[in-house]
Write a protein that binds this ligand. Structure first.
Ligand SMILES: CCCCCCCCCCCC(=O)SCCNC(=O)CCNC(=O)[C@H](O)C(C)(C)COP(=O)(O)OP(=O)(O)OC[C@H]1O[C@@H](n2cnc3c(N)ncnc32)[C@H](O)[C@@H]1OP(=O)(O)O
Length: 160
C-alpha cells in the first residue's frame, strides 16, 4: 500500500472531500493498493440524515470523492464528475469506519468510468459507477470560469 500525496493541488484547495483544512469537510486521505485507491473514514454525527444514519447525499459525496481520487491516483489526471449511478444497499452507520475503494472500469484520454464500493464491517453499503470528464486546460478554465491554478495544470489532458 502506497500513501498518495494528500494535497497535490496546493495549500489553498477548497475541496469538501479532501481539503485537510475544510471546516466541515471529510478530510479524506487516500492510498493506492494495486489497481485500487483506498480510504477509511468514520462519519460523525454532523453527517446524519435519519438518526444514527449518514445522509444519503453525503454517502454519495463520499463515493464521488473516492472516484475522483481513483482518477487522480490511478490515471494521474483530474476529472470533473459527469454522471453518478449508485445503489445504497445498506444504511451507513454513524460512528462506524467506512472503507472506500475505487478502481478504473474503463477510460479514454477524455473520460474515465470508475467503480466504487463503500463498506462497513466488510459489508457493502454502496456500489456504483461514476463517469468523469478529463478536460484540457482551456476547457477546464471555461468550466471553472477563470484560470486553472498552477498546481492543477499537470492533471489536465493535452489539448487536441
Ligand atoms: C483545488 C481543488 C482540488 C480538488 C480535489 C479533488 C476534488 C474532487 C471533487 C469531485 C469531482 C467534482 O466534484 S467535479 C465538480 C462537479 N462536476 C461538474 O461541475 C461538471 C458539470 N458538467 C460539465 O461541466 C459538463 O457537462 C462536462 C465537463 C462534464 C462535460 O462537458 P461537455 O461539453 O460534454 O464536454 P465534452 O468535451 O463534450 O465531453 C467530454 C467527454 O465527456 C463525455 N461526457 C460528457 N458528459 C457525460 C456524461 N454525463 N456521462 C458520460 N460521459 C459524458 C463526452 O461524451 C466526452 O467524451 P468523448 O465523446 O470525447 O469520448
Amino acid at each position: 500500500m502506497t500513501d498518495l500525496d494528500p494535497n497535490p493541488f496546493g495549500p489553498d484547495q477548497p475541496c469538501f472531500g479532501c481539503s485537510p483544512d475544510h471546516p466541515i469537510g471529510f478530510h479524506l486521505r487516500f492510498a493506492r493498493e494495486g489497481d485500487e485507491v483506498v480510504t477509511r473514514f468514520t462519519p460523525g454525527p454532523q453527517y446524519q440524515g435519519p438518526p444514527g444514519i449518514m445522509h444519503g447525499g453525503l454517502v454519495t459525496t463520499l463515493a464521488d470523492e473516492v472516484a475522483a481520487w481513483a482518477v487522480i491516483g490511478l490515471l494521474d489526471r483530474f476529472g470533473f464528475t459527469a454522471s453518478i449511478q449508485v445503489r445504497l444497499h445498506r444504511p451507513m452507520r454513524i460512528g462506524v469506519e467506512v472503507e472506500g475503494r475505487g478502481s478504473i472500469l474503463r477510460h479514454s484520454s477524455r473520460t474515465a468510468t470508475i467503480a466504487v464500493r463503500l463498506s462497513q464491517g466488510g459489508v457493502d453499503a454502496l456500489t456504483g459507477e461514476l463517469t468523469f470528464a478529463i478536460l484540457d486546460q482551456a476547457a477546464a478554465e471555461r468550466l471553472l470560469g477563470g484560470p486553472l491554478p498552477e498546481a492543477w495544470r499537470r492533471f489536465s489532458r493535452a489539448s487536441t
